[in-house]
Design a protein around this ligand. Structure first.
Ligand code: COD
Length: 305
């Protein structure tokens, strides 16, 4: 786990282990009537990672459990058929201290996030909420986070500062002091026509000036230079971050989401994804995610919560 004096993680199973060794956390599931969500949540419960509270259509939840030999006995159920109301009820459980983690069930991402962002009844904490996916890539020597692949559509410089800070917080909470942040673009030179490269230059300067702390930021980097020392050396790039990034900051949601899903669907990677910056970590998995990804996302949220 430790290399050159820095704590790093190679496998998501290490995050699972952290979650297992902590006190079990209460997880509120919004619209829990989904087989894959129920399987992951009930399995995580048997692993003593979380204690779920299922908010949703209780008839459907019990029917799914019966048909699939899942045992929801002793798990609290809050009956609500409307998915948007489920989001509000699950959030309310967190606001009242009944739960400390939130998970999306059979409801679209946008309504859940809108309910979380509600100024009066939501879960706002930091200035900006953002999505980060911690990914185990067989071809890379440690876990790598991609942000933002799920929430902020077209972040400007200020939003990118917040997105970096939220991703850095994940590593800090996992015990790593100074994660290396690679700011991605299509090239490693600043080009006034390419906004991502200008932002990368500015973010690097803010880091050097002490305006963004607790991490080491460099860029712009094309993806090859961020994750391959060999590619970076080939281009004559000398940087502690090049080839050894812990966090990849994507230029926008389009590129972040494509990078994330390419790794998962074409490069045999597994991910654990959370939304950070709210008063509780939020598990936002989608139907297409594997069971392992769902479990690892719950474990990551539990390890952070
Ligand atoms: N953090 C904090 N506040 C925010 C954020 C954020 N990330 N985003 C918006 N807000 C605030 C705004 O400042 C404003 O005060 C209020 O929330 C409403 O802002 P809108 O009108 O821009 O936001 P919404 O409610 O229409 O949409 C917010 C979403 C997060 C739902 C929206 O950005 C979105 O749909 N993102 C993409 C989600 C998605 O489809 N992901 C796909 C991959 S899974």
């Amino acid at each position: 786990m430790t290399g050159n004096g820095r704590k790093t993680f190679r496998h998501l199973s290490e995050i699972l282990e952290i979650a297992r060794n902590q006190k079990s956390k209460k997880l509120a599931v919004a619209a829990a009537e989904d087989l894959y969500v129920l399987q992951a949540v009930l399995y995580a419960n048997t692993e003593n990672i979380i204690d779920p509270i299922l908010v949703g259509d209780s008839d459907k939840i019990l029917e799914i459990c019966e048909e699939n030999e899942l045992d929801p006995e002793d798990i609290p159920l809050v009956d609500e058929k409307d998915p948007e109301k489920c989001c509000q009820l699950a959030i309310e459980l967190i606001r009242q201290g009944e739960a400390s983690l939130l998970m999306k069930g059979l409801v679209s991402t946008a309504p859940l996030l809108k309910a979380v962002l509600d100024k009066e009844k939501g879960l706002r904490k930091n200035e900006l909420l953002s999505h980060a996916a911690l990914i185990e890539v067989p071809a890379y020597h440690k876990l790598i986070a991609i942000t933002d692949a799920g929430m902020n559509v077209q972040p400007g410089l200020k939003e990118k500062v917040n997105i970096i800070e939220n991703a850095v917080e994940i590593y800090h909470r996992l015990g790593m002091e100074d994660p290396k942040v690679a700011v991605l673009g299509p090239v490693e030179k600043v080009n006034p026509k390419i906004q991502s490269t200008i932002d990368a230059r500015d973010l690097k300067k803010m880091n050097l000036d002490g305006k963004i702390e607790g991490c080491l930021i460099d860029g712009p980097f094309a993806i090859d230079n961020a994750v391959s020392k060999e590619a970076a050396l080939h281009k004559g790039i000398i940087s502690e971050v090049a080839g050894d990034a812990d966090i990849l900051l994507a230029p926008d949601l389009d590129s972040g989401n494509i990078l994330y899903k390419t790794l998962v669907f074409l490069a045999e990677s597994t991910s654990a994804a959370v939304v950070m910056g709210a008063s509780a970590p939020i598990v936002l998995t989608s139907r297409a995610d594997s069971e392992k990804t769902k479990l690892m996302s719950i474990a990551l949220a539990a390890a952070l919560g």
